[in-house]
Ligand binder design. Structure first.
Ligand code: AMP
Length: 369
């Protein structure tokens, strides 16, 4: 029995991979009818209720998590009862943008310039030092929430106010060429493996499309990414899948953020890699040998955001692998995705159009056949 904190679509896809390996699942998830309910039991408890936590861990051989805002203290408490992987220290590092940046520096991973600020006055001086900036709340930002762009001469007060008068990080605004991510895996024995760099296209801070492998990524870029990935995995004594998001700038990489879990930019691996990120995460946390992270073809993954295209139309596209999460439709919500492996350009364009992502082809049509 594997315990998973969180019961969203990532939990559901972990369950699908783990059931194939003969495992059962229990999810800790307070919301009613979560996506993971299809693949295991769900317990809805309060993290700070010790008897309820007992009920969650009872019989679990390992506990993992599928979202990064798990309270670190709760993860540490659970870890006194049953192994918790990835290590709760990775959660702590990822939950605060400042500790995340400090981790990058410690591990020798390049990252955009930044200044932490704790007041409107400090924000004003950070803006005048940095110039064009992205101002982010240190905690609880995701999918582009809790952040705004700002310029050198902007008035600091309204920005400080709008972001909630909480500790912030002011980052240089990077004129990046594109966004890439790396999925890195480390086993309990320290073995590592890396998926190829993926190119990600966002809109409104939400991932829309991933292209795997990233077109035109030189072997040098992959080598750099893996070196940074390995440094982070080792620094955290990590076990499981770690996602690292990068900006590509002047042909080099700058780390933006990490997610200590399976990641949306790795969904293509279910259909397009020999061993998926979900299976490899489970192999890692269970102390099993890691599987090959190599591709079986070029994949395009398109998210369904806010609504799901007509299933019949999708399934008419040759090679379309459709994954739906059984979630109620709501604007900005991730409801499912489709992956095409080794598809021709017209199939890719059809799927992009069906998913309302038609203008997000990152390169000239014709390069995908
Ligand atoms: P984040 O929440 O840090 O992943 O930011 C969400 C999105 O905002 C990223 O995927 C980028 O597209 C953009 N972004 C974040 N930080 C920066 C930055 N320092 N420079 C330019 N764009 C950024």
């Amino acid at each position: 029995l594997i315990g998973v904190i969180g019961g969203g679509q990532l939990g559901r896809m972990l369950g699908l991979a783990g059931i194939a390996l003969g495992h059962e699942f229990r999810f800790l998830e307070p919301s009613p009818h979560p996506p993971a309910a299809a693949v295991g039991d769900v317990v809805a408890i309060e993290y700070d209720d010790p008897t309820a936590v007992d009920a969650f861990v009872e019989g679990c051989e390992v506990v993992t998590y599928e979202f990064e805002n798990v309270p670190v203290d709760a993860a540490r408490r659970i870890a006194t009862r049953v192994p918790v992987w990835p290590p709760p220290a990775a959660l702590a590092a990822a939950q605060d943008r400042l500790t995340e940046k400090e981790l990058f520096r410690r591990a020798g991973v390049p990252t955009p310039q930044f200044v932490p600020v704790d007041s409107s006055d400090e924000l004003a001086s950070a803006l005048s030092a940095i110039g064009d900036a992205v101002v982010k709340t240190r905690r609880e930002g995701y999918d582009g929430k809790g952040q705004t762009t700002a310029a050198r001469d902007d008035d600091a007060d309204p920005i400080w106010n709008r972001l909630g008068e909480v500790p912030l990080l002011v980052e240089e605004r990077v004129p990046f060429e594109r966004e890439l991510s790396l999925l890195a895996v480390r086993g309990r024995d320290g073995a590592t493996t890396f998926y190829p760099l993926v190119e990600n296209v966002h809109r409104d801070g939400i991932l829309r499309v991933s292209y795997a492998p990233a077109g035109g990524a030189s072997s040098g870029l992959q080598v750099d990414a893996e070196r940074y990935g390995k440094a982070l995995l080792d620094e955290l004594a990590y076990v499981g899948v770690l996602a690292i998001e990068f900006f590509q700038r002047n042909g080099g990489l700058l780390a933006n953020e990490i997610a200590p879990r399976v990641h949306n930019s790795g969904h293509w691996t279910i259909d397009g890699a020999i061993c998926s990120q979900f299976e490899n995460h489970l192999r890692a946390v269970l102390g099993l040998p890691l599987g090959p992270a190599s591709t079986i073809g070029d994949s395009v993954m398109v998210n369904f955001i806010g609504s799901v295209p007509d299933l019949r139309a999708l399934l008419q596209v040759p090679r379309a692998h459709v994954h739906l999460y059984s979630k109620a439709a709501r604007p900005g919500r991730k409801l499912g995705h489709v992956t095409l492996v080794d598809a021709d350009t017209s199939a890719v364009e059809t799927v992009l159009a069906l998913a309302g992502a038609g203008s997000f082809l990152p390169r000239a049509p014709g390069t995908w056949s």
